[in-house]
Structure formats: C-alpha cells, structure tokens
Design a protein around this ligand. Structure first.
Ligand code: BGC
Length: 813
C-alpha cells in the first residue's frame, strides 16, 4: 500500500501510538509522530481573526468584522475573500486549523454568542458559512464548522440538554452543517451541550448523518474540555480530544481497546481521519503546505474597510444620509462608542488587533480642514478597561505598558517582562511560581473617584500607591473555560485621586491549582454625571448642522459564557438619543452591537444605521458610509423586535437541565409570522442609498422535485445614484400535509445598477429549499402540488407573489 495514503501511515503505528494522536499534545497542538514524519498540527480561534497559539497582546492579528456583520453582507464572494484573509493570517502565524465558522443560529436575541453566529436563518447561515470555508480552505488552511449542534445559547452551556425533534434538527439546526460538509469542510467541532439526553461528544449524530449520509471524511474535534468519559466518545464518531495532554483517552482508551470495550477499528478510523487532515494541511513530510501571501498589506486594510461598510445596515433614513461635507460647517460626534468602539465580541473569538480605527478619528480625517468636528463623550456603566499603553507606564522601564512578574512564595522575582496590557494569561511558569503580579504607573488624566479592579480566581490583592483596595479569596464558581481563562469576573473598589500625578497600581494573584490562568487589572476614570453629559450633547447638537450619535452594547453585554438578560442599551443612551434627536433633525444614530438592542427612539432619529462589531477598520468603513463614499450594503440577517417582550422565542435558561426548543421549526422571521406580530425590522430589511422598483417577475409555473429552478426579477434603480439590491425569495405551502412555517426564506441574488437603469436578478431556488424531513420515512420528501413564492425586499415586504407547482413527490436520503 502507498505510504502516502492515511492507511499506509496507519499500518506503521502501534495501538498506543494511534491513541496518542487522538488527544492534543498541548492546548492548541495535536501530537506529532516523528517516526512517520508527522508533525504537530496547530489549531487556533477564530472566528473574527486568527489569534495563534499565544494569548499575547504583542502578537497582534488582523481583526475581521464579527459573524453577524458577515451575515449582513448577503455577499458570498466577499465572505470568501475574507476567508482567504483568515487563511493568510493562519499561514503568517503558523496555524493549520482555524476554529471557524460558528454555524449555530440566532434562536434567541439573548444568545451571548449571537455576534459570533451569522443569522437566524439556516439557509443564509449555511451559504455564508460555506463561503467562508471555501475561502479558508482554498488557501491551504483548514476550517472548522462549530459547534455541532444546537449550541445556540450560553446558559449552562457545558451541561444543557437541548430537547429538539429530529425534523427540526434536520431542517433548522443541522442544515448549515450539511452545507459546510458539502463545501468540503475539514473539521467539525462537537459542542459541550447534550441533545435529547446524549452529550454531543458521544452523540450518534456524529455518525449519522455527519459521517455516513453526508460523507464527512474529516476530523470531529471536541470543544475545549468537552470530552468527559473514555468509552462512549471513543465508540461514537468523535476523533480528537482537545485540549491535551490530559484527557479521558490516552492510557484509559488503550486499556478499553485491549479489554474489548472499544473496537480497535474505531481507533483506526479516528487516526485515519487525523492523518488525512495532516495530509491536507501539509503536516506529513512528503506533503508541503501551499503558501499564500502574508496579510496586513494596504490591500488587507482596504478589504476590511470595504467589508465594514458593506455590512452596515441602514434601517431608516429621512433623507439625512449620506451626509454631504459641502453642506456642513459643524458636526457633533456624540457617545462613548465614537472613541471606544466595540470592534469584536468577548470570549474565545477575541484577538488582539494592532489597532482599531475609531469612528471619531475617521470622521475627523474625512472632514479635516473643511468642517468643525465637536466631540462629546458620554459615560457608560462598565467603563472599566484593562490597563494599557495609552494610560500606563511600566514602573521598571518607564516604557508605555505594564510590568508582569512571577514571584515565589517568599516574594522573590522568578520572572519579569514588559507587557502592553493588563489582561494576561500568565506566561510559562518557572518552578516555584507562587504569585502573578501586574504593576503599572497609571497617568490619571482626571482627578476624582477612580474605580480599580482585579479579575481572576483565588487569592487576589490590589494596592494603589501602597494603599490596599482589595484583598481576599475569590473562589472559582464555574468550569466554563471562557470565564475561567479568558473573562473572569472583576472585583472592584474605588478611591479618590486628588491630583494628576501618576499612581503606582499593583495587583497580585496567587497561583493555586484550578484557579484558571487569567489575571486582569482594570481602571475606570471618574465618570461625568449622565445628566451633564446629555446636556452637553444637546448643546453641541443644537449648534451643529448634523449630529452623529454612537450607541451600543458594553463589554459585559455580549460575550461567550453568558447569555444576555435584556436588550436595552446601558446607562443614559436612550435618553441621549431622544434628547439629541429632539434638537437636531439631522441626527444619525449608529448602533454598535453584535446582536439586537431595543431602540425605543427609532422613529425619532433622522437616520438609523447598524454597524455590528465591524473589526479593526470600524471607523474607516463607517465614515465611508456616513459620507456616501460607499452605500450601506447590508441587510438584516436576523429579525429585530421593538422590545424583548415582543419576541416570540427568547428562552435560553434551561429548566431542570433541559432547554426545550418547543417552537420547533419556527424561529426568527418564521416565529414572528406565526405569532402574527410585526417586529421593528424584518429579516432581510436594509435600505441603501437609492430606491428600486420591482418591475417584472418571471417564474416557472411548474418545477420538478429535485431540480433547481430560477426566478428572473427585473428591477429598476429609481434613485439618483448607483446601488446594490438584494432580491429575496420566500416560499409558503398553505395546503401542506405537514406543518410548515408560514413562509420561509429560499434564496436571494444581489444585483447592481446605475441610476435609472434596469437589471435582472436571477434567484435560483435549490431543491433543498422545498423539501421537508419526514420522521416516518426517515427521508427528505418533496411534496407535489402548489407552493406560493414571494419576491421581496425582506420577509415582511413582499413585492410580488406567484405560484409554482411541483409535479411529483420525491423521496431522498
Ligand atoms: C469555545 C470554542 C473555542 C474553544 C477554544 C470553547 O470554549 O466554545 O468556540 O473554539 O473554546 O478556545
């Protein structure tokens, strides 16, 4: 047998060697096997950038817009290009496997990782995910479809048992993964959660439909720490336990095989898959990795800027946008997010960008020398940020940043290094390490009450100029790695700083087993009173020709490991928008969030723009849109309700360990349609800078089950500038023999046209769009008979309705 096939290599390995391959060698590496020329494979989060093996602020990454912003693109070619950027980053950082995309759905607006998922809709999610996968893998890096499956919220995510029917799984939650496999994805990540009583790392769904029916030949990797037992996952189709080297496999799995409790064939299959992956990413000696150009060129920034603009969704516009600099003499830029935008969400997806273009800087750059820009900062709760180079110096070297030390039990220094941020995973620990210390000279720009904080678990203390503000033991109350190692709770205390003289901040955390690896030191300056800030904003807005108000979520609202409790904007942001809009009709509100927020003032704003988490070129892309260099090209990937209380599906909190997906097929726009309720903005909505008339639709009267058909939609650009329109098609089947959504999304096409011109959008409806899963027949069935088709600008804005008749019943699978 040829050595270069996985079986050729497999034949050279003992049982112990094969089993060794099935657990990570480290947190981010698989095991290598020098004897067969197999090197370690490096994995990295994902999805908004490639962090690399180290959680280190000095090793920066290109930061893409987050997934909900990519879902808003409705542009698979652009998503594919962005996937190429992830691959280039992977190569630059020595990474083989990117842990992206996340293919879970926006089931509830409260989902903590909403920002990390594309959409509420399985078809849009599947297409966007497949495009990203193609983009990553075409350049030699591996993509990972995660988290398989029904891992759509965060509450009790390690243990929650999702109760969901087979049909709903097939049609809704598995559907994007099926498209990922069709796109050739090389890895699938099994989630922490259970489905119908079985944990996903040992679930029969790994075998069927994933490996069998869909023919997935890649590696199923566990979510980090999701493997909890030896035999069940070994007998199931889980291949790789991460992280390592500790895992329930290893010697226990070898023994289980020897005792006949796990067939050796199961181990062979897993090792074979791992070797196949190694071949694909060039980790076996005869194979070489395809090299791709390194990112970070001007081209990278241009692409990210284009993507940030293209994902913006214009929800409403009373002729205010785009702003014409020639008509302006003063612009008021208001709000905390103007200077501290949320470029990404929290948790394992987080990377360290080399910098983020703030909206204020970009607006100033665009208007410099022509228009006066007045900035009004507004306080937000949770304003504490980790100490960094902007505000602190290393007390030893004087360089901007902080000093990180590792001390022994007697307080002697074992290790010291200069760092750029006080959010740290401690470095490799020398023998005798007892305490991590982070210290800095803070340069306070304001006098008054400062709030300091230290985050982590175990015994911690914090002093400011020798005064103890915090000292106590803070036991770890969760196992969630995203909380323990990435985003631990921060304990806070306040003190008066009576001058702007630098103060010496010292935080210490004792290193005891099981207390996690993270230490964070934060500081928040005195906050202006909300009332004063709103009054200042109103004064500035009154005197300006236009006001741009930036509002959004805080670092604590949207992060892995927690679901949200509410959708209202924190602090005084609602009052702020109302007050500013009341004095200036040319008020543009820019919402900077990864998921839905309540906007009770939405009818009062002159224009309302969603920016999502736009990545490192946030401000640059936004300024292009605000001043009309680019059209806001995005459409909502998810329905936004006016109030949380209106949303038909919200629950993320399990009851007695179980989370019942009782709404069945009806999530997102389908749920709103079924409830007969109007949201604030439907799935698919978004305005752009021109207007369109839908002139004519050509649709076939008949279709053959199992074959695609096409609708031709002629549109006219009736506005004054060139633009892009996203033509959407929805289906309904009122006389169906089975339960159906009132209407569901089946396809789209995006077209461009110059002002006054017509263009024809060709929307292909693929066979999977009309089929349903029959639990009785355990097969896909396409019912014969009439289907209603709707062409429109969103799920709630039909422009044409017609009917297509499917000629015969088809059963597949
Ligand atoms: C997350 C995954 C991530 C992994 C590694 C887990 O907690 O759920 O999405 O890839 O950690 O960081």
């Amino acid at each position: 047998m040829d050595d270069r096939t996985p079986d050729g290599y497999l034949g050279k390995l003992t049982l112990e060697q094969k089993v060794r391959l099935l657990t990570g060698a480290t947190t981010w590496r698989t095991a290598g096997e020098a004897g067969i020329g197999l090197r370690e494979i490096v994995l990295s989060d994902g999805p908004a950038g490639v962090r690399g093996e180290a959680w280190d602020e000095r090793r920066t990454s290109v930061l893409l817009p987050s997934a909900s912003a990519l879902g808003a693109l409705w542009d698979e070619a652009l998503v594919e290009e962005l996937g190429g950027l992830l691959a280039a980053e992977a190569v630059r950082k020595g990474v083989d496997v990117v842990l992206a995309p996340t293919l879970n759905l926006h089931r509830s607006p409260l989902g903590g990782r909403h920002f990390e998922c594309f959409s509420e809709d399985p078809e849009l999610t599947g297409r966007t995910g497949a495009a990203l996968i193609r983009g990553i893998q075409a350049r030699g890096a591996a993509a990972t479809a995660k988290h398989y499956v029904a891992n759509d919220s965060e509450t009790d995510r390690l243990t929650v048992d999702v109760r969901v029917s087979e049909r709903v799984l097939r049609e809704v939650y598995l559907a994007p993964f099926e498209q990922a496999v069709e796109a050739g994805v090389w890895l699938v990540m099994a989630g922490y959660n259970s489905v119908n009583g079985t944990t996903m790392t040992a679930h029969p769904l790994l075998a069927e439909p994933l490996a069998g029916e869909w023919g997935f030949d890649g590696v199923v990797v566990s979510d980090w720490g999701a493997l909890r037992s030896t035999e069940e996952p070994a007998r199931a189709a889980l291949d790789l336990a991460m992280p390592g080297p500790q895992s329930p496999w290893g010697a226990l799995l070898v023994q289980a095989v020897r005792d006949g409790r796990v067939p050796e064939a199961a181990v062979d299959d897993k090792a074979r898959r791992l070797l196949r992956l190694a071949g694909r990413v060039g980790a076996l000696t005869p194979y070489r990795r395809r090299l791709v150009p390194v990112g970070r060129s001007q081209g990278t920034r241009t692409l990210l800027r284009r993507a940030a603009a293209a994902g913006c969704v214009l929800l409403g516009n009373r002729g205010v946008l785009p702003l014409d600099p020639a008509e302006l003499s003063t612009v008021a830029v208001i709000g905390a997010h103007a200077t501290s935008p949320r470029a990404q969400g929290g948790g394992s997806a987080g990377v360290f960008p080399s910098g983020v273009v703030t909206p204020l800087a970009a607006v100033r750059a665009r208007l410099r020398g022509r228009v006066r820009v007045v900035h009004v900062p507004v306080p937000l709760p949770d304003a504490a940020a980790p100490l960094d180079t902007d505000r602190c110096d290393d007390p030893r070297s004087g360089a901007p940043g902080v000093l990180l030390r590792v001390l022994d039990a007697q307080g002697r220094e074992l290790h010291a290094e200069h760092r750029l941020s006080a959010r740290q995973l401690e470095p490799e620990l020398p023998p005798g390490a007892h305490t991590v210390e982070i210290s800095a000279l803070l340069r306070p720009r304001q006098r008054g009450t400062w709030t300091f904080g230290v985050g982590g678990f175990g015994r911690m203390s914090l002093t400011v100029d020798g005064r103890t503000l915090l000292d106590g033991v803070f036991p770890r109350e969760t196992d969630d790695p995203a909380v323990v190692h990435v985003n631990p709770p921060v304990r806070e205390a306040s003190t008066e700083l009576s001058s702007k003289r630098p103060v010496h901040v010292v935080a210490r955390r004792e290193l005891v087993e099981d207390s996690g690896r993270a230490t964070v030191v934060t500081a928040a300056p005195p906050q202006p009173g909300a009332r004063d800030a709103v009054a200042a904003a109103v004064r500035a807005a009154r005197e300006a020709d236009a006001a741009i108000v930036f509002v959004g979520t805080t670092e604590h609202d949207e992060t892995e490991g927690h679901d949200r409790r509410e959708l209202s904007l924190a602090g005084c942001q609602d009052d702020l928008v109302r007050a500013v809009a009341a004095v200036n009709p040319r008020t543009v509100v820019v919402v900077n969030s990864g998921g839905p927020v309540e906007m009770p003032w939405r009818e009062e704003a002159g224009a309302l723009l969603l920016a999502w988490f736009p990545g490192q070129e946030a401000g640059a892309g936004l300024a292009d849109v605000l001043f009309g260099l680019r059209e806001p090209g995005g459409r909502l990937p998810t329905t936004w309700g006016a109030r949380l209380a209106d949303a038909p599906v919200t629950r993320t909190r399990p009851v007695e360990g179980g989370l019942d997906y009782a709404e069945g097929l009806h999530i997102g726009h389908r749920a709103w349609l079924r409830a007969g309720r109007a949201p604030a903005y439907w799935f698919g909505h978004g305005l752009g800078y021109t207007t369109w008339e839908y002139e004519e639709v050509e649709a076939p009267a008949k279709a053959t089950a199992g074959e695609a058909f096409t609708l031709r939609v002629r549109l006219r650009n009736t506005g004054a500038r060139a633009g892009r329109e996203v033509v959407q098609v929805y289906a309904a089947r009122p006389e169906s023999a089975v339960e159906r959504p009132v209407r569901w999304f089946v396809g789209y096409a995006a077209v461009r046209a110059e002002a006054g011109r017509t263009v024809t959008a060709e929307v292909e409806v693929v066979p999977r769009a009309l089929r349903h899963w029959s639990q009785e027949e355990r097969a896909w069935v396409t019912e014969p008979g009439p289907y209603r088709l709707m062409v429109g600008r969103s799920a709630g804005d039909p422009r044409w309705e017609g009917e297509v008749t499917v000629e015969r019943r088809e059963v597949t699978g």
